[in-house]
Design a protein around this ligand. Structure first.
Ligand code: MF3
Ligand code: CO
Length: 250
């Protein structure tokens, strides 16, 4: 069942999401070549303390850290480690979620480190734009897979592929609520969107093909062909003209 949130509920999700956005923005300027992914996790946890909020991912199905840090061919769910060092030319996906006052917020960005390749640059730009186009579709009267197909059409038109194994999701009192929101699908299909539905939309786009593999750690998802992957995510609320981004810095 896909729930419609009250204005009060949307406000609380917005508050959690804003903290996520602030922390991601701060991390995006702090992450430097030579730093370990564990240091990023520590920074995120320290920033969170002053808000009295909880990290949403820590302990979720046994996930051991507060943030997911996924580098280059890693798609999502990279586990921070003191041994994993970021280097110049990397693209680093940061996926972070927060629980505050009973509500969740969830967002992700992919950050370029130093000078990155033209392909990497184009992949980041395309993935970010696919999310923006998807958010435009999150409006009353549209259907769920209008969001999905916006991502797919744009990514594929630009020569990239859409990860099938992970999806966006409803969000609110739980991190993952109905509906599942694939990043591929048929325009005009799926449930009708209503004002007040709150979604985490999160395209994961690969440079090569969409197949993935999971590391021995049971979490880290990476491209099967070793190509680059990018991830952007926003928590949004459906409104009349377009989705409204909640995970932004006001
Ligand atoms: N944004 C991702 C999701 O919604 C992050 C989950 S990480 C996990 O699935 F550790 F919590 F699984
Ligand atoms: Co999510």
């Amino acid at each position: 069942m896909v729930s419609v949130k009250t204005a009060e509920e949307v406000k609380k999700i917005a508050e959690a999401s804003q903290i996520v956005a602030i922390i991601l923005q701060e991390l995006s300027t702090s992450v430097k070549s030579g730093m370990s992914t564990e240091e990023i996790n520590t920074m995120a946890e320290n920033m969170l303390k002053k808000y009295g909020a909880r990290p949403a991912f820590k302990g979720y199905r046994g996930y051991p850290a507060s943030i997911c840090v996924s580098i280059n061919d890693e798609i999502v769910h990279g586990i921070p480690s003191p041994k994993r060092i970021i280097k110049d030319g990397d693209i680093v996906s940061l996926d972070f979620g927060v629980l505050m006052n009973g509500f969740f917020g969830d967002a992700a960005i992919t950050v370029p480190i130093g000078r990155i390749s033209e392909t990497a640059e184009y992949l980041l730009k395309t993935t970010k734009e696919s999310l923006n186009l998807a958010i435009k579709e999150a409006k009353v009267g549209n259907r769920l897979y209008d969001i999905s197909s916006a991502v797919q059409e744009y990514a594929e038109r630009n020569g990239f592929s859409v990860v099938r194994d992970f999806v966006g999701h409803g969000i609110g009192r739980a991190l993952h609520e109905d509906p599942q929101i694939p990043n591929y699908g048929q325009k005009g299909k799926g449930i009708k969107l209503e004002k007040g539905m709150v979604f985490a939309v999160e395209p994961m786009i690969n440079e090569g093909d969409y197949r993935i593999k999971i590391d021995a750690d049971g979490w880290t998802a990476r491209t099967l062909d070793g190509s680059l992957s990018a991830h952007f995510e926003h928590t949004i609320v459906v409104d009349y003209d377009h989705g409204i981004v909640l995970s932004k810095v006001n």
